[in-house]
Design a protein around this ligand. Structure first.
Ligand code: 13P
Length: 253
């Protein structure tokens, strides 16, 4: 039976594209995208958010995303961006807990949890990332590790707040490597994440949570990955920088 969960494909542009290139990329996605049931999120660099908001505003299945935000309301945090700032530019989704933030910016699970609260408080939807490094999988500790990330990041939420969350499973060894998780590896982990969520929030809410797969998604593997019963779409890095390829991922062509 086809599940009723919201299907989402989000493009994480990371630190790529100049302002002009970003506008061109957003336009090229808009030009190719057909109306569909899949929600499409463009998680662009901060500098591009407002113009892309203006461009995509009102396009029915296109949404604006950011890639991070600070955990405080405002203040002396030179160079940082607050949730209120993001919300005021029209951002609807915020990627949090991405493994690149954990690795290069030393973000802890607790910090990610605080950022989730901030984003929710400002009426935006967190895309909460989790995923193990290769050495953890090789030691067969990946199920345990991802469950603990999910628990540390989300278990403090009320049922109501949790119901807004999108989860993304991104095995670190699959990010930017061209080596995606197999459909079975993705399905097994997504089912495990859903079970962990059910333990905290009950089966009903866990069954309604969209869980995206990320890590070397491209048009040639998206169809099989996204058709797994617990995979509800994808978080796409490199391939989201090419409009044609990205839209193929969205449409499943
Ligand atoms: P790639 O699709 O480039 O592997 O990146 C995945 C990712 O990190 C998306 O957030």
């Amino acid at each position: 039976m086809e599940n009723k969960r919201t299907r989402i494909v989000a493009g994480n542009w990371k630190m790529n594209t100049t302002y002009e290139e970003g506008k061109d990329l957003a336009q090229a996605v808009m030009d190719r995208l057909q109306p569909s049931q899949v929600k499409v999120v463009l998680a662009a660099p901060y500098t591009h958010l407002r113009i892309i908001h203006n461009m995509i505003h009102g396009v029915n299945n296109l949404f604006l995303g950011a890639q991070n935000c600070h955990e405080s309301d405002s203040g002396a945090f030179t160079g940082e961006i607050s949730a209120a700032m993001l919300q005021s530019t029209g951002v609807q989704y915020v990627i949090l807990g991405h493994s690149e933030r954990l690795e290069y910016f030393h973000e802890s699970d607790e910090l990610v949890a605080a950022k989730i609260d901030q984003v929710l408080r400002h009426g935006m939807i967190p895309i909460f990332c989790c995923g193990e490094k290769l050495e953890v999988r090789e030691k067969e500790e990946h199920l345990q590790l991802v469950a603990s990330q999910v628990t540390n990041g989300l278990s403090h939420l009320s049922q109501e707040d949790f119901s807004k969350i999108v989860v993304a499973y991104e095995p670190v060894w699959a990010i930017g490597t061209g080596k995606n998780a197999s459909p079975k590896q993705a399905q097994d982990m997504h089912a495990h994440i859903r079970k962990t969520l059910a333990g905290h929030f009950g089966n009903d809410l866990a069954q309604k949570t969209s869980i995206l797969y990320g890590g070397s998604v491209k048009s040639s593997n998206a169809g099989e990955l996204f058709s797994q019963p617990d995979v509800d779409g994808g978080l796409v890095g490199g391939a989201s920088l090419n409009a044609e390829e990205f839209v193929k991922i969205v449409t499943g062509d």
